[in-house]
Design a protein around this ligand. Structure first.
Ligand SMILES: [Zn+2]
Length: 133
């Protein structure tokens, strides 16, 4: 992945503020943070998105997300955490190397990370029958 910015960070070709690393995963501070300690947890191996990531790598990322969340809680006094992820352009993915945003939350931080929508479900039963068919 010649032009992938996260692969370049993992290869050490681009500098990043690394706060956690193990054999499969790195976690770096987001360069445009939306809260104190906002970071990105990234598999070292290139996967585009949730659809092609290896299950073992995903398990490691989730386990490491908990470690980073605890780090943010204990060291930065975060009170809560939002996990944000996008897979595919339609979901507003901007870097096409799988990653999860870990957003520490603080009392009265003014953030609203929950999407707003006017969508109303017409039939939950239709969805159920389609998904479970
Ligand atoms: Zn990559």
């Amino acid at each position: 992945m010649e032009e992938c910015v996260f692969c370049k960070i993992i290869e050490g070709k681009i500098e990043a503020y690394k706060i956690f690393e193990d054999d499969k995963v790195i976690c770096i501070l987001d360069k445009k943070p939306i809260s104190k300690g906002h970071c990105l947890i990234i598999p070292k191996k290139h996967f585009n998105d949730i659809f092609d990531i290896d299950e073992d790598d995903l398990k490691q990322i989730i386990a490491d997300t908990k470690k980073v969340a605890n780090l943010l809680k204990t060291k930065l006094n975060a009170k809560g955490i939002n996990l944000l992820h996008a897979s595919d352009k339609v979901a507003q993915q901007s870097v096409f190397h799988f990653h999860i945003h870990i957003v520490p939350r603080y009392e009265d931080d003014g953030l609203d990370t929950w999407p707003k929508s006017n969508y109303k479900e017409k039939s939950f039963n239709d969805i159920l029958s389609t998904l479970l068919d």
